[in-house]
Design a protein around this ligand. Structure first.
Ligand SMILES: Cc1cc2nc3c(=O)[nH]c(=O)nc-3n(C[C@H](O)[C@H](O)[C@H](O)COP(=O)(O)OP(=O)(O)OC[C@H]3O[C@@H](n4cnc5c(N)ncnc54)[C@H](O)[C@@H]3O)c2cc1C
Length: 428
Protein backbone atom coordinates (compact mmCIF):
# COMPACT_ATOMS: atom_id res chain seq x y z
CA UNK A 1 0.00 0.00 0.00
CA UNK A 2 1.07 3.57 -0.72
CA UNK A 3 1.40 6.20 2.01
CA UNK A 4 -1.97 7.46 3.23
CA UNK A 5 -2.90 10.95 2.09
CA UNK A 6 -1.26 13.33 4.58
CA UNK A 7 0.77 16.52 4.73
CA UNK A 8 3.89 14.37 5.01
CA UNK A 9 3.15 12.23 1.97
CA UNK A 10 2.27 15.33 -0.09
CA UNK A 11 5.55 17.07 0.79
CA UNK A 12 7.92 14.09 0.91
CA UNK A 13 11.31 14.53 -0.72
CA UNK A 14 11.45 12.79 -4.11
CA UNK A 15 12.96 9.35 -3.52
CA UNK A 16 13.44 6.81 -6.31
CA UNK A 17 11.66 4.17 -4.22
CA UNK A 18 12.93 0.85 -3.00
CA UNK A 19 12.70 -2.52 -4.77
CA UNK A 20 10.48 -5.43 -3.84
CA UNK A 21 12.10 -8.61 -2.49
CA UNK A 22 11.73 -11.20 -5.25
CA UNK A 23 14.49 -13.73 -4.50
CA UNK A 24 16.03 -15.79 -1.70
CA UNK A 25 18.94 -13.94 -0.13
CA UNK A 26 21.09 -13.99 3.01
CA UNK A 27 22.22 -11.35 5.49
CA UNK A 28 23.75 -10.95 8.92
CA UNK A 29 20.54 -9.32 10.16
CA UNK A 30 17.02 -9.21 8.67
CA UNK A 31 14.73 -6.44 9.92
CA UNK A 32 10.93 -6.49 9.64
CA UNK A 33 9.33 -3.03 9.43
CA UNK A 34 10.43 0.23 7.80
CA UNK A 35 9.52 2.81 10.45
CA UNK A 36 12.07 4.56 12.66
CA UNK A 37 12.72 1.46 14.76
CA UNK A 38 13.59 -0.70 11.77
CA UNK A 39 15.29 1.91 9.60
CA UNK A 40 17.42 3.45 12.37
CA UNK A 41 18.56 -0.01 13.53
CA UNK A 42 19.42 -0.96 9.95
CA UNK A 43 21.51 2.21 9.69
CA UNK A 44 23.30 1.58 12.99
CA UNK A 45 24.17 -1.94 11.79
CA UNK A 46 25.23 -0.85 8.30
CA UNK A 47 27.49 1.77 9.88
CA UNK A 48 29.09 -1.01 11.96
CA UNK A 49 29.78 -3.03 8.79
CA UNK A 50 27.08 -5.72 9.03
CA UNK A 51 25.10 -6.87 6.02
CA UNK A 52 21.51 -5.90 6.71
CA UNK A 53 18.24 -6.44 4.84
CA UNK A 54 15.05 -4.57 5.76
CA UNK A 55 11.60 -5.70 4.59
CA UNK A 56 8.76 -3.19 4.74
CA UNK A 57 5.20 -4.37 4.00
CA UNK A 58 4.19 -1.07 2.38
CA UNK A 59 6.45 1.95 1.87
CA UNK A 60 9.23 3.31 4.07
CA UNK A 61 7.63 5.43 6.81
CA UNK A 62 4.14 4.11 5.96
CA UNK A 63 3.22 3.57 9.64
CA UNK A 64 3.40 5.94 12.62
CA UNK A 65 6.86 7.20 11.62
CA UNK A 66 5.48 8.92 8.54
CA UNK A 67 2.31 10.25 10.17
CA UNK A 68 3.22 11.72 13.56
CA UNK A 69 3.38 15.21 15.05
CA UNK A 70 7.11 15.53 14.38
CA UNK A 71 7.84 16.67 17.95
CA UNK A 72 11.03 15.45 19.61
CA UNK A 73 10.89 16.20 23.30
CA UNK A 74 12.45 14.94 26.50
CA UNK A 75 9.25 13.18 27.46
CA UNK A 76 9.54 9.44 28.00
CA UNK A 77 5.93 8.84 28.98
CA UNK A 78 6.80 6.00 31.36
CA UNK A 79 9.69 7.69 33.15
CA UNK A 80 8.57 6.84 36.71
CA UNK A 81 7.99 3.19 35.83
CA UNK A 82 11.34 3.18 34.03
CA UNK A 83 13.17 4.40 37.13
CA UNK A 84 11.54 1.67 39.19
CA UNK A 85 12.11 -1.14 36.69
CA UNK A 86 15.61 -0.11 35.58
CA UNK A 87 16.76 -0.47 39.19
CA UNK A 88 16.55 -4.22 38.62
CA UNK A 89 19.59 -3.93 36.35
CA UNK A 90 21.16 -0.58 37.20
CA UNK A 91 20.52 -0.21 40.95
CA UNK A 92 21.13 3.34 42.17
CA UNK A 93 22.23 4.50 38.72
CA UNK A 94 18.68 4.11 37.35
CA UNK A 95 17.53 7.70 37.96
CA UNK A 96 20.57 9.24 36.20
CA UNK A 97 20.21 6.77 33.33
CA UNK A 98 16.58 7.80 32.80
CA UNK A 99 17.54 11.49 32.82
CA UNK A 100 20.24 10.93 30.16
CA UNK A 101 17.80 8.86 28.13
CA UNK A 102 15.50 11.89 27.82
CA UNK A 103 18.05 13.71 25.67
CA UNK A 104 20.00 10.90 24.00
CA UNK A 105 17.62 10.63 21.03
CA UNK A 106 18.00 14.36 20.32
CA UNK A 107 21.75 13.92 19.84
CA UNK A 108 21.41 10.80 17.68
CA UNK A 109 18.88 12.47 15.37
CA UNK A 110 20.68 15.83 15.17
CA UNK A 111 24.02 14.21 14.31
CA UNK A 112 22.42 11.84 11.80
CA UNK A 113 20.69 14.65 9.94
CA UNK A 114 24.00 16.50 9.72
CA UNK A 115 26.04 13.40 8.76
CA UNK A 116 23.79 12.33 5.88
CA UNK A 117 22.56 15.79 4.91
CA UNK A 118 18.91 14.81 5.44
CA UNK A 119 16.55 17.61 4.40
CA UNK A 120 13.73 17.36 6.97
CA UNK A 121 12.95 20.92 8.15
CA UNK A 122 14.69 20.53 11.53
CA UNK A 123 13.77 23.35 13.95
CA UNK A 124 14.59 23.87 17.62
CA UNK A 125 12.24 25.04 20.36
CA UNK A 126 9.28 23.58 22.20
CA UNK A 127 6.80 24.80 24.78
CA UNK A 128 4.97 22.50 27.16
CA UNK A 129 1.97 24.43 28.41
CA UNK A 130 -0.13 24.25 31.58
CA UNK A 131 -3.90 24.48 31.73
CA UNK A 132 -4.12 23.87 35.48
CA UNK A 133 -2.10 24.72 38.57
CA UNK A 134 -1.29 21.03 38.98
CA UNK A 135 0.26 20.95 35.50
CA UNK A 136 2.16 24.18 36.20
CA UNK A 137 3.64 22.67 39.36
CA UNK A 138 4.82 19.67 37.32
CA UNK A 139 6.47 21.96 34.78
CA UNK A 140 8.18 23.88 37.59
CA UNK A 141 9.48 20.59 38.97
CA UNK A 142 10.83 19.58 35.51
CA UNK A 143 12.44 23.02 35.23
CA UNK A 144 14.10 22.66 38.66
CA UNK A 145 15.30 19.17 37.78
CA UNK A 146 16.70 20.44 34.45
CA UNK A 147 18.55 23.28 36.19
CA UNK A 148 20.06 20.83 38.67
CA UNK A 149 21.35 18.89 35.64
CA UNK A 150 22.96 21.98 34.08
CA UNK A 151 20.24 22.78 31.54
CA UNK A 152 19.32 26.27 32.76
CA UNK A 153 20.44 27.83 29.43
CA UNK A 154 17.96 25.61 27.56
CA UNK A 155 14.96 26.17 29.82
CA UNK A 156 12.70 29.12 30.69
CA UNK A 157 9.54 29.12 32.78
CA UNK A 158 7.00 31.33 31.00
CA UNK A 159 4.34 33.06 33.10
CA UNK A 160 0.74 33.63 32.00
CA UNK A 161 1.55 37.33 31.55
CA UNK A 162 4.43 36.51 29.17
CA UNK A 163 2.66 33.77 27.22
CA UNK A 164 1.50 36.13 24.46
CA UNK A 165 5.11 36.78 23.49
CA UNK A 166 5.20 33.11 22.39
CA UNK A 167 1.66 32.02 21.50
CA UNK A 168 -1.42 34.03 20.59
CA UNK A 169 -3.79 32.23 22.95
CA UNK A 170 -5.39 32.77 26.34
CA UNK A 171 -5.71 29.07 27.09
CA UNK A 172 -2.63 28.58 29.21
CA UNK A 173 -1.65 29.72 32.68
CA UNK A 174 2.05 29.21 31.99
CA UNK A 175 4.54 27.01 30.21
CA UNK A 176 8.02 25.57 30.08
CA UNK A 177 10.08 26.64 27.08
CA UNK A 178 12.76 24.16 26.04
CA UNK A 179 15.27 25.22 23.40
CA UNK A 180 16.85 21.75 23.11
CA UNK A 181 13.64 20.06 21.95
CA UNK A 182 13.04 19.90 18.22
CA UNK A 183 10.46 19.41 15.51
CA UNK A 184 10.82 18.16 11.96
CA UNK A 185 9.31 16.48 8.88
CA UNK A 186 9.09 12.98 10.17
CA UNK A 187 8.63 11.10 6.90
CA UNK A 188 11.61 12.83 5.31
CA UNK A 189 13.78 11.87 8.30
CA UNK A 190 12.74 8.24 7.85
CA UNK A 191 13.25 8.26 4.08
CA UNK A 192 16.64 9.96 4.43
CA UNK A 193 17.85 7.28 6.82
CA UNK A 194 16.61 4.49 4.53
CA UNK A 195 18.58 6.05 1.67
CA UNK A 196 21.61 6.21 3.97
CA UNK A 197 21.25 2.46 4.69
CA UNK A 198 21.42 1.74 0.97
CA UNK A 199 24.35 4.12 0.51
CA UNK A 200 26.26 1.93 2.97
CA UNK A 201 25.41 -1.29 1.13
CA UNK A 202 22.34 -2.34 3.14
CA UNK A 203 19.26 -3.54 1.27
CA UNK A 204 15.85 -1.95 1.78
CA UNK A 205 12.76 -3.59 0.28
CA UNK A 206 9.26 -2.11 0.06
CA UNK A 207 6.00 -3.93 -0.72
CA UNK A 208 7.60 -6.92 0.96
CA UNK A 209 5.37 -8.01 3.81
CA UNK A 210 6.87 -10.70 5.99
CA UNK A 211 4.28 -13.42 6.29
CA UNK A 212 6.27 -15.91 8.32
CA UNK A 213 9.33 -16.23 10.52
CA UNK A 214 10.96 -19.67 10.47
CA UNK A 215 12.99 -20.17 13.64
CA UNK A 216 16.26 -22.10 13.76
CA UNK A 217 19.99 -21.56 14.07
CA UNK A 218 19.72 -19.50 10.85
CA UNK A 219 16.17 -18.10 10.99
CA UNK A 220 14.35 -17.11 7.81
CA UNK A 221 11.80 -14.39 7.05
CA UNK A 222 9.45 -15.15 4.18
CA UNK A 223 7.58 -12.72 1.98
CA UNK A 224 5.20 -13.56 -0.88
CA UNK A 225 8.01 -13.51 -3.43
CA UNK A 226 11.25 -14.10 -1.56
CA UNK A 227 13.06 -14.83 1.68
CA UNK A 228 15.98 -13.68 3.81
CA UNK A 229 18.06 -16.17 5.77
CA UNK A 230 19.97 -14.38 8.52
CA UNK A 231 21.95 -14.91 11.71
CA UNK A 232 19.52 -12.65 13.56
CA UNK A 233 16.11 -11.18 12.96
CA UNK A 234 14.65 -7.99 14.39
CA UNK A 235 10.91 -7.47 14.52
CA UNK A 236 10.05 -3.74 14.27
CA UNK A 237 6.43 -3.73 13.08
CA UNK A 238 5.13 -1.98 16.25
CA UNK A 239 1.32 -1.61 16.15
CA UNK A 240 1.03 -2.82 12.57
CA UNK A 241 2.01 -6.48 12.74
CA UNK A 242 0.59 -9.73 14.00
CA UNK A 243 3.70 -11.88 13.85
CA UNK A 244 4.84 -14.09 16.74
CA UNK A 245 1.54 -13.76 18.60
CA UNK A 246 2.28 -16.83 20.73
CA UNK A 247 4.89 -14.75 22.56
CA UNK A 248 3.67 -11.20 21.94
CA UNK A 249 -0.11 -11.39 22.23
CA UNK A 250 -1.61 -9.25 25.02
CA UNK A 251 1.52 -7.08 25.42
CA UNK A 252 0.90 -4.16 23.06
CA UNK A 253 -2.31 -2.45 22.05
CA UNK A 254 -2.75 -0.25 18.99
CA UNK A 255 -4.12 3.23 19.59
CA UNK A 256 -5.32 5.42 16.78
CA UNK A 257 -3.88 8.94 17.00
CA UNK A 258 -5.17 11.78 14.83
CA UNK A 259 -3.41 14.64 13.08
CA UNK A 260 -4.25 17.36 10.55
CA UNK A 261 -2.71 20.30 8.67
CA UNK A 262 -4.44 23.56 7.78
CA UNK A 263 -3.98 25.49 4.57
CA UNK A 264 -0.78 27.63 4.60
CA UNK A 265 -1.04 30.72 6.83
CA UNK A 266 0.11 34.13 5.66
CA UNK A 267 3.48 35.11 7.12
CA UNK A 268 1.62 37.70 9.18
CA UNK A 269 -0.75 35.11 10.73
CA UNK A 270 1.99 32.55 11.31
CA UNK A 271 4.15 35.16 13.03
CA UNK A 272 1.20 36.34 15.11
CA UNK A 273 0.22 32.93 16.49
CA UNK A 274 3.68 31.40 16.96
CA UNK A 275 6.45 33.96 16.39
CA UNK A 276 9.26 31.68 17.61
CA UNK A 277 8.14 28.68 15.54
CA UNK A 278 7.77 26.45 18.59
CA UNK A 279 6.32 22.99 18.76
CA UNK A 280 3.75 22.88 21.55
CA UNK A 281 1.86 20.38 23.63
CA UNK A 282 -0.16 20.81 26.77
CA UNK A 283 0.21 19.07 30.09
CA UNK A 284 -2.86 16.82 29.96
CA UNK A 285 -2.67 13.05 29.78
CA UNK A 286 -4.68 13.05 26.54
CA UNK A 287 -3.08 16.11 25.08
CA UNK A 288 -3.31 18.54 22.16
CA UNK A 289 -0.07 19.08 20.21
CA UNK A 290 0.74 21.42 17.36
CA UNK A 291 3.44 23.21 15.41
CA UNK A 292 4.02 25.13 12.21
CA UNK A 293 5.23 23.26 9.15
CA UNK A 294 7.91 24.62 6.83
CA UNK A 295 5.21 26.09 4.57
CA UNK A 296 3.42 27.75 7.52
CA UNK A 297 0.52 25.36 8.01
CA UNK A 298 -0.60 24.54 11.52
CA UNK A 299 -0.18 20.82 12.08
CA UNK A 300 -2.52 19.99 14.94
CA UNK A 301 -3.13 16.66 16.67
CA UNK A 302 -4.77 15.38 19.79
CA UNK A 303 -8.02 14.14 21.22
CA UNK A 304 -6.89 10.61 20.64
CA UNK A 305 -9.54 7.93 20.71
CA UNK A 306 -7.23 5.06 21.69
CA UNK A 307 -9.83 2.60 20.44
CA UNK A 308 -7.48 0.98 17.97
CA UNK A 309 -9.79 2.11 15.16
CA UNK A 310 -9.17 5.12 12.95
CA UNK A 311 -11.34 8.20 13.54
CA UNK A 312 -14.20 8.68 11.10
CA UNK A 313 -13.66 12.42 10.59
CA UNK A 314 -10.38 13.68 12.04
CA UNK A 315 -10.81 17.29 10.87
CA UNK A 316 -14.26 17.60 12.46
CA UNK A 317 -12.95 16.09 15.73
CA UNK A 318 -9.87 18.32 15.93
CA UNK A 319 -11.17 21.64 14.56
CA UNK A 320 -12.86 22.82 17.82
CA UNK A 321 -9.61 22.42 19.77
CA UNK A 322 -7.63 24.27 17.06
CA UNK A 323 -10.11 27.18 17.03
CA UNK A 324 -10.27 27.30 20.83
CA UNK A 325 -6.47 27.56 20.90
CA UNK A 326 -6.17 30.17 18.14
CA UNK A 327 -9.44 32.10 17.62
CA UNK A 328 -7.71 33.93 14.73
CA UNK A 329 -7.88 30.65 12.76
CA UNK A 330 -11.66 30.20 13.01
CA UNK A 331 -12.99 28.73 9.76
CA UNK A 332 -9.54 28.00 8.28
CA UNK A 333 -9.40 25.30 5.59
CA UNK A 334 -8.07 21.93 6.66
CA UNK A 335 -6.06 20.61 3.70
CA UNK A 336 -4.98 17.26 5.17
CA UNK A 337 -6.25 15.04 7.97
CA UNK A 338 -5.13 11.54 8.80
CA UNK A 339 -4.59 9.10 11.63
CA UNK A 340 -2.07 6.44 12.50
CA UNK A 341 -1.48 3.67 15.01
CA UNK A 342 1.06 3.64 17.78
CA UNK A 343 1.64 0.77 20.16
CA UNK A 344 0.52 1.46 23.73
CA UNK A 345 2.18 -0.46 26.56
CA UNK A 346 0.43 -0.64 29.93
CA UNK A 347 3.38 0.63 32.01
CA UNK A 348 4.61 2.84 29.12
CA UNK A 349 8.09 1.33 29.04
CA UNK A 350 9.06 0.25 25.52
CA UNK A 351 9.01 -3.53 25.21
CA UNK A 352 12.17 -5.20 24.04
CA UNK A 353 13.08 -8.84 24.17
CA UNK A 354 13.83 -11.94 22.21
CA UNK A 355 11.97 -14.96 21.01
CA UNK A 356 14.37 -17.85 21.18
CA UNK A 357 18.01 -16.81 20.95
CA UNK A 358 18.06 -14.94 17.65
CA UNK A 359 14.73 -13.18 16.99
CA UNK A 360 14.58 -9.79 18.70
CA UNK A 361 11.61 -7.42 19.06
CA UNK A 362 11.41 -3.71 19.93
CA UNK A 363 8.04 -2.00 20.19
CA UNK A 364 5.65 0.21 22.12
CA UNK A 365 6.47 3.90 22.58
CA UNK A 366 3.01 4.95 23.76
CA UNK A 367 2.84 8.09 21.60
CA UNK A 368 6.41 9.33 22.24
CA UNK A 369 8.46 7.27 19.82
CA UNK A 370 10.58 9.51 17.61
CA UNK A 371 13.49 9.88 20.02
CA UNK A 372 12.95 6.55 21.79
CA UNK A 373 12.95 4.52 18.58
CA UNK A 374 16.34 5.99 17.66
CA UNK A 375 17.72 5.32 21.15
CA UNK A 376 16.53 1.73 21.09
CA UNK A 377 17.94 1.32 17.59
CA UNK A 378 21.37 2.21 18.96
CA UNK A 379 20.95 -0.10 21.95
CA UNK A 380 19.62 -2.98 19.83
CA UNK A 381 22.43 -2.61 17.31
CA UNK A 382 24.98 -2.95 20.12
CA UNK A 383 23.13 -6.05 21.31
CA UNK A 384 23.10 -7.58 17.83
CA UNK A 385 26.83 -6.85 17.60
CA UNK A 386 27.40 -8.87 20.77
CA UNK A 387 27.04 -6.41 23.68
CA UNK A 388 23.61 -6.98 25.27
CA UNK A 389 24.32 -4.96 28.44
CA UNK A 390 22.06 -1.99 27.67
CA UNK A 391 19.44 -4.08 25.89
CA UNK A 392 19.17 -6.00 29.18
CA UNK A 393 18.16 -2.82 31.03
CA UNK A 394 14.93 -2.80 29.01
CA UNK A 395 14.66 -6.56 28.59
CA UNK A 396 14.66 -7.06 32.36
CA UNK A 397 11.63 -4.80 32.88
CA UNK A 398 8.42 -6.50 33.95
CA UNK A 399 5.44 -6.00 31.66
CA UNK A 400 1.81 -6.82 32.15
CA UNK A 401 0.10 -8.94 29.55
CA UNK A 402 -3.68 -8.78 29.24
CA UNK A 403 -5.18 -12.18 28.51
CA UNK A 404 -7.42 -10.63 25.86
CA UNK A 405 -7.24 -10.06 22.10
CA UNK A 406 -6.00 -6.80 20.53
CA UNK A 407 -9.48 -5.39 19.93
CA UNK A 408 -10.69 -5.91 23.48
CA UNK A 409 -7.33 -4.73 24.87
CA UNK A 410 -7.49 -1.52 22.81
CA UNK A 411 -11.03 -0.93 24.05
CA UNK A 412 -9.88 -1.37 27.67
CA UNK A 413 -7.09 1.15 27.03
CA UNK A 414 -9.72 3.49 25.53
CA UNK A 415 -11.75 3.29 28.73
CA UNK A 416 -8.64 4.14 30.75
CA UNK A 417 -7.86 7.10 28.48
CA UNK A 418 -11.44 8.36 28.76
CA UNK A 419 -11.04 8.27 32.55
CA UNK A 420 -7.81 10.33 32.36
CA UNK A 421 -9.36 12.73 29.87
CA UNK A 422 -12.36 13.22 32.20
CA UNK A 423 -10.02 13.75 35.17
CA UNK A 424 -8.07 16.36 33.15
CA UNK A 425 -11.35 18.18 32.45
CA UNK A 426 -12.37 18.12 36.12
CA UNK A 427 -8.98 19.56 37.14
CA UNK A 428 -9.28 22.25 34.47
C1 LIG B 1 -0.65 10.56 14.74
C2 LIG B 1 0.59 10.26 15.54
C3 LIG B 1 1.26 11.32 16.15
C4 LIG B 1 2.44 11.07 16.87
N1 LIG B 1 3.18 12.13 17.31
C5 LIG B 1 4.39 11.92 17.86
C6 LIG B 1 5.24 13.02 18.18
O1 LIG B 1 4.94 14.18 17.90
N2 LIG B 1 6.42 12.75 18.81
C7 LIG B 1 6.81 11.45 19.08
O2 LIG B 1 7.90 11.27 19.65
N3 LIG B 1 6.07 10.39 18.72
C8 LIG B 1 4.88 10.59 18.10
N4 LIG B 1 4.13 9.52 17.71
C9 LIG B 1 4.65 8.16 17.93
C10 LIG B 1 5.73 7.75 16.93
O3 LIG B 1 5.40 8.18 15.63
C11 LIG B 1 5.91 6.22 16.95
O4 LIG B 1 6.12 5.79 18.28
C12 LIG B 1 7.10 5.73 16.12
O5 LIG B 1 7.09 6.32 14.85
C13 LIG B 1 7.06 4.21 16.00
O6 LIG B 1 8.02 3.79 15.06
P1 LIG B 1 8.10 2.27 14.63
O7 LIG B 1 9.13 2.17 13.59
O8 LIG B 1 8.27 1.42 15.85
O9 LIG B 1 6.65 1.92 14.06
P2 LIG B 1 5.98 2.35 12.68
O10 LIG B 1 6.46 3.66 12.22
O11 LIG B 1 4.51 2.16 12.83
O12 LIG B 1 6.55 1.29 11.63
C14 LIG B 1 6.17 -0.06 11.60
C15 LIG B 1 6.30 -0.53 10.15
O13 LIG B 1 6.27 -1.95 10.12
C16 LIG B 1 5.63 -2.32 8.93
N5 LIG B 1 5.19 -3.70 9.07
C17 LIG B 1 4.22 -4.19 9.89
N6 LIG B 1 4.08 -5.52 9.72
C18 LIG B 1 4.99 -5.89 8.79
C19 LIG B 1 5.30 -7.14 8.19
N7 LIG B 1 4.67 -8.27 8.51
N8 LIG B 1 6.29 -7.17 7.25
C20 LIG B 1 6.96 -6.02 6.92
N9 LIG B 1 6.66 -4.82 7.45
C21 LIG B 1 5.69 -4.74 8.37
C22 LIG B 1 4.50 -1.32 8.78
O14 LIG B 1 4.03 -1.24 7.43
C23 LIG B 1 5.17 -0.04 9.27
O15 LIG B 1 5.70 0.74 8.21
C24 LIG B 1 2.93 9.73 17.01
C25 LIG B 1 2.23 8.66 16.43
C26 LIG B 1 1.08 8.92 15.69
C27 LIG B 1 0.38 7.76 15.03
Amino acid sequence: MKHISSYYAATANPVAGFAQLTSDITADVAIIGGGFTGVATALELAERGLSVVLCEANQIGWGASGRNGGQITGSLSGDKAMQREFRRTLGDKAADYVWELRWRGHDIIRKRIAKYGIDCDLKFGHMQTALTHGQLAELQSTYDQGCRHGMSDDLTMVSKADMHAYLETDLYIGGLLNRKNMHLHSLNLCLGQAQAVESLGGKVFENSKVVKIEHGSKPVVRTAKGSVRADKIMLAGNAYHLLEQKKLSGKLFPASLANMATSPLSVEDATAINPHNLAVYDGRFVLDYYRLTADNRVMFGGGTNYSGRDSQDVARELRPALERTFPRLKGIEIDYSWSGMDGIVLNRIPQVGRIGSNVFYVQGYSGHGIALSHILAEITAECLMGDPSEFAVFENCRHWSLPVGRTLGSMMIAVGMTYYSFRDKLEG
